[in-house]
Design a protein around this ligand. Structure first.
Ligand SMILES: [Fe+2]
Length: 336
């Protein structure tokens, strides 16, 4: 019996070792919780994970420059717009995985398997309830109306989150209407676009504006910050999910794809599949206040508190295709 156990154990170790000694992940995500999650993957598979963190643009440039010589096996980045850029740049290769096809909804992954969403976020409205009542809010489109003059905050259009939001509006309403919207929203801003999503919320809490467009997890991060001031900011704001009467709130993903130059496809596939397991999905929603992509995963209490909502079901790959149009539109609208 003992011999059999030893034999089985050595077979497992042999399999793991032959699969890959280590995977190299280029990641734009900068969460300590990701590292803890990757450690669990290593414990379970024996495959070491080396993470190289950098800005999204820098990682893409590096992958392009390294080509086939790249040490990277996996690229992790946020937003379908960026994932699409990576695919266009030729630095990803398609992966066929039945497990991922079953676990990740079709609209949250690239149809040919070039990338897969692993966490979801919604781009919502946050507002100061002492100056805005919930029934004044309805849709992204409504933010173009004159009643919001001088009352809005949104970050720069150079940010991919805004580009993907506008892509979804181009798809829904056409380019002309999207341009008119971008012009009007720019007119309604309380200041020239600057800072991060978190900075927009801090400014609303400080009374500079009444409504901001931000990604949900940033509110979660403020609410759970070590910094008491940031917790106070979150406590002053409420969340509104726009466009519930029609197509739904714009959602996007943080996602990953297999690097074109990887020579460890099998191990990389195991890693990508791991990100869609219940264990990984629960870790994401608990630690970074993102929504799971896999249905039936329990949300963290804060997300439960914000409530359920209808998400725009558009394929995120389509948003990637419209990214260049969205950038042109923002430039024409004079949205810095
Ligand atoms: Fe982000």
């Amino acid at each position: 019996m003992k011999a059999l156990v030893l034999y089985t154990l050595s077979l497992f170790l042999f399999c793991s070792a032959s699969l890959a000694d280590a995977l190299t992940i280029y990641s734009y995500r900068h969460y300590e919780s990701d590292v803890l999650l990757f450690d669990k993957f290593t414990e379970q598979t024996g495959i070491e994970v080396k993470v190289v963190k950098s800005k999204a643009g820098a990682l893409l440039e590096r992958l392009k420059a390294e080509g086939d010589q790249t040490p990277a096996d996996i690229l992790i980045t946020s937003d379908a717009g960026r994932l699409h850029q990576a695919r266009e740049a030729g630095v990803l290769q398609p992966l066929k995985s039945l497990f991922l096809e079953q676990r990740v909804p079709a609209n949250l992954r690239e149809p040919e398997g070039y990338w897969f969403g692993f966490t979801q976020r919604a781009r919502v409205l946050v507002y100061a309830p002492d100056r805005v009542s919930e029934d004044e809010l309805s849709s992204y489109e409504d933010l173009a109306s004159a009643e919001w003059r001088g009352r809005l905050l949104v970050r720069s259009s150079a940010n991919v989150y805004n580009q993907s939001l506008l892509s979804s509006m181009i798809d829904a309403n056409g380019k002309q209407q999207a341009l008119q919207w971008a012009k009007a929203v720019r007119q309604n801003m309380a200041r020239t676009p600057q800072g991060s999503d978190r900075d927009q919320m801090r400014a609303v809490a400080a009374g500079l504006a009444d409504v901001a467009i931000v990604n949900t997890y940033y509110l979660g991060l403020l609410a759970n910050s070590d910094n008491q001031k940031d917790r106070a900011v979150a406590a002053q704001l409420k969340v509104f999910f726009p466009n519930q009467a029609a197509r739904g709130t714009h959602v996007n993903v943080s996602g990953a794809g297999l690097v074109a130059g990887s020579d460890q496809v099998e191990a990389a596939q195991r890693f990508l599949e791991y990100l869609a397991t219940d264990e990984a999905q629960l870790a994401f929603t608990g630690a970074t206040y993102e929504y799971p992509v896999v249905s039936d995963i329990k949300w963290s209490p804060l997300l439960e508190q914000w409530g359920t909502f209808k998400a725009d079901p558009i394929s995120l790959a389509r948003l990637g295709e419209l990214n260049a149009d969205a950038i042109r539109c923002f430039n024409q609208a004079g949205w810095e």
